[in-house]
Design a binder for this molecule. Structure first.
Ligand SMILES: Nc1ncnc2c1ncn2[C@@H]1O[C@H](COP(=O)(O)OP(=O)(O)OP(=O)(O)O)[C@@H](O)[C@H]1O
Length: 639
């Protein structure tokens, strides 16, 4: 052992400290997971070295048998996890183990609720990794040395998991990392061989490198005792040690699939579903894709880690290979192992490779099929999926035109049929309920469920029993613009264009024409008074309860989209809405009969402003609205 050179004491980053504290307390009931996390890191470190050695085999230092070793010492109360992977330099140790270099940590901490159960799930999702050692240990020592560097470059990192850690140089002959946990008094079970073996079997069976433990000693006859002492300790693999995805589907149990999911996703929860496939033929590859149960906290963060783990002929190549799935399926986790790509494939090559393009389209179909199956399954799984990821899937039709119809079948909406805020109705459900003669799928877009449900635009639809989709997600308007039709039926915004119900009878049509004729005077007078605010005034049959509503022109931007764009500070085209009035409404009748031009103008403006309010819009000049309304109220009371 060399003398202490450059022993430094450093402080943990504040966020790391907070996370450590939280984790230790909230994960205590499931403490054995620390072993899974540390073995998973060890296996990742081996994957990284295997990959680096493809271009520089001197890194292997003549030792290419990869393995993770777990040693327990009952007397000392320790457990040590060692690997002969890539190892770390001094700088890397400080960077990797002293900070939590993940974007969004602060936001994550803020999202914690204080409820232990919920928080522990969240923390699991965040990926506790290395720090989980502190759940069971009151002191952790990491001795590591980067592959390819001399023995002298070894370093020791040590911490009691509180405010600080120390780092010092200490030679290490073998490359890789050894992590020793000094177990807390009530965690000494993890220094027990039998207990540790069972935990490894449970969580790390699928890890593709062998996890070795000392072979239990056979009781030896006395005369052999001396011989036995001379013998080097023998290790044996405790896990299966074949890459799980290379095994036939029929030989992998659900529990093994679930354990492997945790390894690739770092998610504590079980997956919602998975799909494991081997493709042979022109292209040869194996994929194992998982749908998580919960959205990651950073799903809307543009830098969110996404993509599959890429292997080429069972050699790990990279994490987060984004090219194999489109952005709208960014929640999918898993691995893809290709026989066609070169081992030295880079992200740049992936972007241009024709084989990758074909795999991407096949994998996309796989995921959509998996979702289709999940949707048909009994139970709440699809509802769970939709709640978490529906908004992301809605980006699909715009991004992936070829699969538009497939994606459309997976969409779920709230509709006037159920009149509930649950998004649980499909477009196929809608179509199956369409009325005779109905040729369009109608929808209304609004800020929230109540505004949508009570929109004046729905009045005639409710009267006639025609179903309307109630859309309230920010992406909905955009989605509908890209979708345009489903099953050959046009999707129609009820607040856009003139109302044209194909199911109207001849009588109804004649009635409407008559109404238009009779309202000509009213329409003209109103249009004049409101000419700065509206592009047109029309008499309508779509209202039964309300006096008026706003409609956008066929080619104008929808009101909800306009509000979203304005809120985001984006420029919006200048266009005025169309005001549609209900000539049968008492207020409109009163308006029509008003002889005083000033009062007429006040009333007309009130009708316009109310139509804006009813669709969830904001008034340009709310004070004038209040003043006008009050004036009218006072007049009424005085008379
Ligand atoms: N056995 C090891 N050998 C080499 N590097 C390691 C080892 N264990 C951890 N590291 C390094 O420390 C980093 C932090 O590890 P940690 O487990 O906290 O996070 P992670 O593995 O990146 O992600 P997760 O939190 O999802 O597990 C790793 O990314 C890796 O670079």
């Amino acid at each position: 052992m060399t003398a202490d050179v450059q022993k430094e004491t450093l402080g943990f980053q504040t966020e790391a400290k907070q996370l450590l504290h939280l984790m230790i307390h909230s994960l205590y009931s499931n403490r054995e997971i620390f072993l899974r996390e540390l073995i998973s890191n060890a296996s990742d470190a081996i994957d990284k070295l295997r990959f680096a050695a493809l271009s520089d085999d001197s890194l292997l230092e003549g030792q290419g048998d990869f393995q993770v070793q777990v040693d327990v010492d009952k007397e000392a109360g320790t457990i040590t996890i060692s690997d002969n992977g890539i190892g770390m330099t001094r700088e890397e140790v400080i960077e990797n183990l002293g900070t939590i270099a993940k974007s969004g940590t602060a936001a994550f901490l803020e999202s914690l609720s204080g409820d232990q159960k919920k928080d522990s799930q969240l923390i699991g999702q965040f990926g506790v990794g290395f720090y989980s050692g502190f759940i069971v240990a009151d002191r952790v020592e990491v001795h590591t040395r980067k592959a390819g560097e001399g023995a002298d470059s070894g370093v020791v990192w040590e911490s009691a998991g509180e405010a600080e850690f120390t780092i010092e140089s200490r030679a290490k002959d073998s490359r890789g990392t050894a992590i020793t946990l000094f177990l807390k008094d009530d965690c000494k079970e993890f220094a027990d061989d039998f207990r540790v073996r069972s935990v490894i079997k449970k969580y790390s069976d699928h890890i593709s490198v062998p996890v070795l433990m000392l072979k239990p000693e056979m009781p030896t006859a006395e005369e052999d005792e001396e011989k036995a002492e001379d013998k080097a300790p023998e290790y044996e693999a405790v896990n299966e040690a074949t890459a799980l995805w290379t095994r036939p589907r029929s030989e992998v149990s659900d529990d093994e699939y679930k354990a492997f999911y945790r390894h690739v996703s770092h998610d504590f929860d079980e997956p919602l579903s998975w799909s494991h496939n081997k493709v042979e033929g022109k292209l040869e590859y194996t994929s194992l894709l998982y749908l998580p149960k919960r959205a990651p906290f950073d799903m809307w963060n543009r830098d969110m880690a996404r993509g599959l783990k890429l292997y080429v002929q069972r050699t790990f190549i990279m994490d987060e290979a984004e090219q194999f799935l489109p952005l709208y399926l960014r929640f999918v986790k898993g691995v893809v192992d290709s026989n066609d790509l070169p081992l030295n494939v880079s992200r740049e090559i992936l972007q241009q490779d024709g084989a990758v393009e074909s795999m991407r389209s096949a994998l996309t179909k796989r995921v959509l099929d998996m979702l289709g199956k999940l949707a048909k399954k009994e139970g709440d799984d699809y509802a769970t999926f939709w709640k978490e990821f529906g908004q992301v899937l809605k980006e699909g039709p715009a991004e992936d035109f070829a699969n538009k119809e497939k994606i459309a079948k997976l969409l779920r909406f709230s509709t006037t049929h159920t009149d509930s805020p649950e998004h649980d109705q499909s477009l196929e459900d809608y179509v199956s309920r369409m009325q005779d003669g109905q040729d369009k799928i109608y929808y209304v877009v609004a800020e929230n469920f109540n505004t949508a449900r009570k929109s004046p635009h729905l009045e005639v639809f409710r009267k006639k029993g025609i179903e309307v989709l109630l859309l309230t997600d920010r992406v909905d308007d955009w989605l509908m613009n890209h979708l345009q039709e489903f099953d050959g039926k046009q999707l129609q915004d009820v607040a856009r264009g003139a109302l044209d119900l194909a199911s109207d009878s001849e009588e109804e049509k004649a009635e409407q024409e008559k109404l238009q004729k009779e309202s000509e005077g009213l329409v003209e007078r109103l249009a004049k008074v409101l000419e700065d605010k509206v592009s047109e005034v029309r008499a309508t049959a779509r209202l039964t309860e309300s006096a008026a509503c706003l409609v956008v022109g066929d080619y104008d931007m929808g009101a909800q989209m306009r509000r979203i764009m304005e809120a985001a500070g984006q420029p919006v085209p200048d266009s005025k809405p169309i005001l549609e009035v209900n000539p049968q409404h008492p207020l409109v009748k009163m308006l029509d009969a008003e002889a005083d031009e000033d009062r007429y103008a006040d009333l007309a403006n009130i009708v316009f402003d109310q139509a804006t309010l009813a669709e969830g819009g904001q008034l340009d000049d709310p004070a004038s609205y209040v003043a006008r309304l009050n004036k009218l109220l006072l007049d009424t009371m005085a008379s």
